[in-house]
Design a protein around this ligand. Sequence first.
Ligand code: NAP
Length: 284
Amino acid sequence: MKDKARFKDKVVIITGASSGIGRATALAFARERAITILASRSLENLQKVADEIRAFKTDVLVIPTDVSLQNSVHNMVEKVMARYGRVDILFNNAGSAFVGPINHEKFVEDTKKMIEVDFFGTVYCTKEVLPIMKKQGSGYIINMSSVVGRKAFPHFGGYSASMHAISGFTDALRQELYGSGINVSIIHPALTQTPLLEHVKPEEMPLPFKRFTPISAESVAEAVLKGINKKQYRVIVPFQPKMLLLADAISPRLGDLIVRLMPNRVFASLIGIYSGKVYDNKSY
Ligand SMILES: NC(=O)c1ccc[n+]([C@@H]2O[C@H](COP(=O)([O-])OP(=O)(O)OC[C@H]3O[C@@H](n4cnc5c(N)ncnc54)[C@H](OP(=O)(O)O)[C@@H]3O)[C@@H](O)[C@H]2O)c1
């Protein structure tokens, strides 16, 4: 029987917990009786998630936080320490995404915003909890990236750069912490049905996304918990993108060819990324 309390009483910080993958992961941890700390900017949305979590009769703390501001992150971790005196797991998940070709007039501005939130948010939170985890001699940091954090898609140059930055940072962090009792993972999900891209018009979506059946936020949450449990260095979810990443590692020419073929319905069905449904940005 599956142990449903693998994370009982663990103090877990989840950034970007007010929506999508962060919300689903917070609920998954709470189901396993973890103490969840919900951090993002919107107090109202965080409180809605906290209300859902209270049904599991576990402790939950809401801390409005802007991860792109080092001070805000510092205050958040200080509050966690004041109440619980420890941090067992940090899930660096908060993020934003903008789409557009590299020659788009807003490319530089949008990319800077993504680097500030997605990458520096991860850096600030990590730097804040590291001394605590070192003192404890234990801890777990899991960072959110994306499949495009290993292989970019056209019109996703800025987002992909930001996700690649997280990949590089995590790779170094894991090696620096080897033997310290602090474990580090990274997760690379494929397109997931969340509000992340709701502001993007269907015709502006990166081409391969036109034939992707998105995965659920719950399946990503499950992969996060499983990845921690198994101490996986790199979690790729679902299985299919591994083939793209392997092909791209052998030959970027082959990787590019696969990306170009992805909008083709027959090809997308054959490689198992399309089952009739596509990302729906009108469902929020
Ligand atoms: N959806 C996908 O296809 C997909 C695929 C791979 C990876 N990802 C990554 O997964 C993560 C979660 O995205 P999602 O898909 O669940 O999107 P989402 O539903 O839009 O959630 C994004 C979360 O980040 C928070 N956030 C944004 N800016 C923030 C800031 N400055 N400070 C603190 N929190 C902030 C938002 O909350 P507030 O507005 O309350 O701050 C929200 O809770 C992102 O890092 C994204 O890059 C998503």
